[in-house]
Ligand binder design. Sequence first.
Ligand SMILES: [Zn+2]
Length: 378
Amino acid sequence: MTRAKLTNEPLKKLKRVTNGIMSFEDKYSIVGTRDTKYDGTFFTAVITTGIFCHPSCRARIPKAKNVIFYDTIEEALQNGFRPCKVCKPMEKIGETPLYIKNLIAELQQNPHEKISDEQLKSKGIEPHTIRRWFKKNYNITFHSFQRMLRINYAFTNIKKGNSITYSAFESGYESLSGFNESYRSLFGESASKSKNRNVINVLRFSSPVGCIIACATEKGLCFLGFIGQKRIEKQFDEIQKQFNAIILPGKNAHLTKVKKEITEYFDGKRKIFSVSLDIVGTEFRKKVWNELLNIPYGKSVSYKEQAIAMNNIKAIRAVASANGANKISIIIPCHRVIGSNGMLRGYASGLHKKSWLLNFEKNNSNLLAQKIINYESV
Ligand SMILES: [Zn+2]
């Protein structure tokens, strides 16, 4: 819990958030900025209204003296605060609303169907809301999403050995030129050229600290990260090149499994993962990532200790850079490596997320240890 110091001095505007630990002033300067990056890492409770919110809530900005910050939903509830009806802090961040889930299911069943604004309105859905949701959650328009599904269907058909013409008409395109144009604008090359490309499937799902995006090949998971993390587009370009593949929404058993395992992790029920990984990297990087897998849940080591564990004390910088190049967040736990002085150093999704993950694992380990002690003392 963090409260304002009783002072008449005005609060300073956003300072740089250092080491993932935020003061009251840091947190207060984020409230109402609509920056969703911090949602889930702390909650804003307002004494005068009895309500608690995500920091990004669009409701009126409360006065600092009326604000208490809590780290968890449980703390806010235990202290008698109710969840806000505007920002709905009890809902998992990035959770897909039911009417959008239904819409996606409908499109997946009939990939050649095109849902127009009129059809959306007749279902009681505001087209503007849908557009905003797809832009925010997939970083593409609803129109592009439908086009990607149609292309995915056509691409699968082409891969099966069907002709491009057959596949284009089969997926609802009225002309071959229309299909080719659409294909080229999406992938930057013609359908005939990408015949030999592989497919990487992509899935997004919610977590308590932000929307997660996962990509998998036929062999295993090749990307896991938070939407909005640094250089995500560049990393997508890299994996498409590395696997000679195109990224498309679609079903994939590894994605189903990773969603289940990550959800269990955030529920505090999973410490190690069994989903298959498909990783591309130099021998050195692979060694570094393997070493990361040796750091136990709830613990952290320094870059130096990691280099020593690899019998390569001189390689601290190279080790840190390989950690930074890790594309499978959480599962390959690069968040468990920190500076020798205890500073958190870098993390693509921001130090506040690294700090949240470390605290979450530490608290969760303590809880389990406590349970064992209680059990033993019975
Ligand atoms: Zn709110």
